[in-house]
Structures are given as structure tokens and as C-alpha cells.
Design a protein around this ligand. Structure first.
Ligand code: SF4
Ligand code: SF4
Ligand code: SF4
Length: 159
């Protein structure tokens, strides 16, 4: 294979891997090889966060809402794509980008208020707006902090 083809392939693989698939999707499969794009998980999702993404394959969009881990997507899928829901749902975590308003000196704690597992804390600093910090261990990747952020500064993605 030529190096150009190899780098195109790597680019394509990375693009595919960037999409957040529904929780409990097996890490060991090539999702786009197994998913038939039947849309059953899209219809079943109680918060409607599963959308038709690239190529018509389902992916999660936290800008819409959070994942409640209701398990409906895993239960409804007719293919051998999902793990047992007794296991951890995914390796997806929140990450705060530089455009967070607190980094511009503006007092904002919308993400903290949205986070039920209390994975976001703010460090107090005299004369400065408190800055957010995410406890990666406590973060479930639910995405509840994404939509309330006024500057769209939180990405929840595969780590
Ligand atoms: S677990 Fe429930 S809320 Fe989360 S993506 Fe699946 S169907 Fe949607
Ligand atoms: S229910 Fe399963 S096969 Fe159907 S679109 Fe969702 S992940 Fe793919
Ligand atoms: S993704 Fe969920 S658990 Fe993680 S920081 Fe955001 S609201 Fe908290």
C-alpha cells in the first residue's frame, strides 16, 4: 500500500473513531462493519441524543441532551454490537476547552450545576474568576454539562 493510501486510511480511521457511539457499544468491533443502520437505537433513545451521523451511522450528540444510561439503545439493537449493560458504558469523558468563559475572567458555573456526579469543581482564586476542573474518575461521560455551557466549551469524547 502506498504511503498516501496509508495516511488516507489513518485519517479515515481517526474520523470514524472520533464519533461517540451509543453507550455499551463493544470496543472490540469495527462499528461501521457491524451496524446495519436500522435506526432502532435512534428511535429508542429517551433523550433523542442519538442522531444519524457520518454515513448514516448512529452517533451521540450531547449538544441535544444528556445520556441517562436508560439502556434502551443496547436493548433494542438486533445485532451483536452491545456489551452487557452490567459493564461500564463507555470510555467517554468531558474535557473543557480554552474558550470556557471562566478562562476569560467571567464568572460562570453552569457546567457544575448540571453535573449530578459532582465531577466538576471550581478552584477559588483571589481577584480571579474560579476555574473549572474535571475529576475524570468521577465523570461518567453523561454529557449533561455540554448543552448548558454558554460558550460551547465542553467536549465529551472518547479518551
Ligand atoms: S442509554 Fe438511553 S439515553 Fe443513553 S444513548 Fe442509549 S437510549 Fe439514549
Ligand atoms: S440499533 Fe444497532 S444495528 Fe440498528 S442502527 Fe443502532 S447500533 Fe446500528
Ligand atoms: S459528562 Fe456528565 S459526569 Fe462528566 S463532567 Fe459532564 S455532567 Fe459531569
Amino acid at each position: 500500500m502506498s504511503s498516501i493510501n496509508q495516511s488516507r486510511r489513518r485519517l479515515f480511521s481517526r474520523k470514524k473513531n472520533d464519533a461517540v457511539r451509543p453507550p455499551w457499544v463493544k470496543q472490540t468491533i469495527e462499528f461501521t462493519d457491524e451496524c446495519t443502520r436500522c435506526d432502532k437505537c435512534i428511535s429508542a433513545c429517551e433523550t433523542q441524543i442519538i442522531i444519524k451521523g457520518d454515513g448514516g451511522f448512529p452517533e451521540v450528540d450531547f449538544k441535544i441532551d444528556e445520556c441517562t444510561f436508560c439502556q434502551e439503545c443496547a436493548n433494542v439493537c438486533p445485532e451483536d454490537i452491545f456489551e452487557s449493560t452490567d459493564t461500564a458504558p463507555w470510555q467517554v469523558k468531558a474535557n473543557i476547552q480554552d474558550n470556557c468563559m471562566a478562562y476569560q475572567g467571567i464568572w460562570c458555573q453552569s457546567c457544575k450545576d448540571a453535573c449530578d456526579p459532582r465531577a466538576i469543581s471550581f478552584s477559588l482564586a483571589i481577584g480571579k474568576a474560579p476555574l473549572p476542573k474535571i475529576d475524570i474518575e468521577a465523570c461518567t461521560g453523561c454529557g449533561a454539562c455540554v448543552a448548558p455551557c454558554p460558550s460551547t466549551a465542553i467536549l465529551v469524547r472518547n479518551v
